[in-house]
Design a protein around this ligand. Sequence first.
Ligand code: NOJ
Length: 515
Amino acid sequence: MPKWLRNAVFYEIYPQSFYDSNDDGIGDIQGIIEKLDYIKDLGCNALWLNPVFDSPFMDAGYDVRDYKNVAQRYGTNEDLIRLFEVAHEKGIKVLLDLIPGHTSDTHKWFLQSREAENNELTDRYIWTESVWEAPPQYRLMCGISPRDGNYLVNFFSSQPALNYGFHEITHPKWQKPADDTVCIATREALKDMMRFWLSRGCDGFRVDMADSLVKNDEEKISTMKIWKNIRKMMDAEYPEAALVAEWCTPTRALKCGFHADFYLDHEGNGYNTLFRFHDKETGEDKSFFSKNGLGDITLFTKEYLPNLEATKNDGFISFITCNHDTPRMSRNYSKRELELAFCTIFTLPGVPFLYYGDEIGMRFIEGLNSKEGAYSRTGTRTPMQWGGGKNLGFSDAEKEELYLPVDDSEDAPTVASQENRPDSLLNTVKTVIKIRNENEDLWADGDFEVLYAKKAKYPFVFKRGKFIIVVNPSLQEVTAPFDYSGKVVFSIGVGCVENKKILLMPQTFAIIEVD
Ligand code: NOJ
C-alpha cells in the first residue's frame, strides 16, 4: 500500500475545462501546470486527470486511439512528463485515467482486428463467428466491418470491448475462456500501457469500468484474477503507485488489488441517499444533506459500515464531491448545504476526491447541447471559473471558440471573488482540508466510530480518534446524546452541550476535539 494514500486528498481535473494556456478555447496540460499552486493552496496533494490521450473524442477521450500519445489539443508527452515533475516538486501526485476495457474503434488494434483476414490481433476484441450471429443478450455492432462478424461494445458503439474472455461460456464458437492465450495477451498489453506511463513518472491510475473486463462474470471471479495479477506487477515494479477503481463494490475491488474504490452516485445506494436522493414520484429531495430534513442516515450507514469493516485491511472507500459523470451538488443545494456536505466528506475515512470547481460552488449548467458524448453530463463539465473578465479567466479565446460555454450568470462564482472572503465556500473547504491534513486521526485509515445515526433522525455524529464530528443539515433544531467535553476546532453555525446532550441549531457542522 503506497503510504502517501493515507493522507491523500485528490482533485479531479477534466482537462478540457480547467485552464487554457494557449488561447485555443480548450484546457491543456500547460494550463494545469500553471494552476498547481492553486491546487496545493487548496490543500490537495494529488490529482486525477480524465483521459488526455489521443482520441476521436466520441466519449470525451474515454475512447482512446493511442494510449501512449497525449492528444494534440492538450499538448505533448513531454508536457505530461513535465506535469509529473513539477507536481512532484510541489508534493503533488498525479493519477492518469486507465481505460482497460475498451478502445476507440479507430485504435490501430481495432483496425487490424476488423480485417477480413486472420491476423495476430484478430482476437484482441470480441467478435461473433459471422455477421448473422447476434445473440440479443450481448451488445453487438452489426454489419460495419470488412470482417464477417459482429463486435461487442462496452459503452458507446465506438468503444469495442477488448477481449479478456468469458467466465461462463454460452457460445463456445466465439467466446474464449479468460485463461486463453489471446486473453492473457490482452492483459499483458494492458500492463505494457501502464508501465509506459509509470516509468515516465505517473503515480498510478484511476481505472475506468474496472469490473467490466471478463464477460459473463457475474461474481467477477475472473475479472478479479486479472487485477490481482496486475497488482502483483505493481507491487514488484512500482510499489508506490496507486490504483483507484471505478467499481463501487469495495468488497470486490479492494480484495483484488485496488488501493481505493469510489463510492459512486448509484440510484438508491448509500452515497446517493446522502446527497442526491429524490423521491421517484414527487421529485422531493430526500437526501440526508438536503435542508428539507427528510433524509435517513441509516440508508447510508447500513451499507457503508459493513463495507468499511469488511475492507479495513485492504484499502479505502473514496467519497467524491462529484465527478464528470454526475450532476454537481450545487444543482439542488445552497451554499450552506454544500458546506455541510463537503465538510463531512473531508472528515470521513477513506481517500476523498474534490471535483474541480466544486470548491467555489460552480453550477450545473442546464440546457447545453451535448459535447463529445457527454449528453446529460455536459452541464457538469463547463470551464473552471477563475475570476472576472473574459471567459471568467478560463481562456483568452473568443467566446464562440470555447470547448463549452462558461457560466454566464451575473453571480457566477469565481475563485477571485471568494479567495479573500473568509466566509466563502472556497475558504470553508480550504479550512476543513487543512484540519484534515494536519491531524492524522482524520486521515484515510484513522479510526471511525458512529456515535449517533438514527432512522429518519438528525444529526449524524461520528468519532475519528480524538475528534467528534457533528452535522445537522436540516432546518430543525436537533439534539443527540453527548457524553464528552472538549473544544470546538471548527464550526459552521452554533450548537452547545448541556446535560450530556448536544443541541444543534439548523444547518450546522462542528469538529470537536475531545479532552
Ligand atoms: C466511465 C467514465 O467515467 C465515463 O465518463 C465514460 O463515458 C465511461 N466510463 C466509458 O468509458
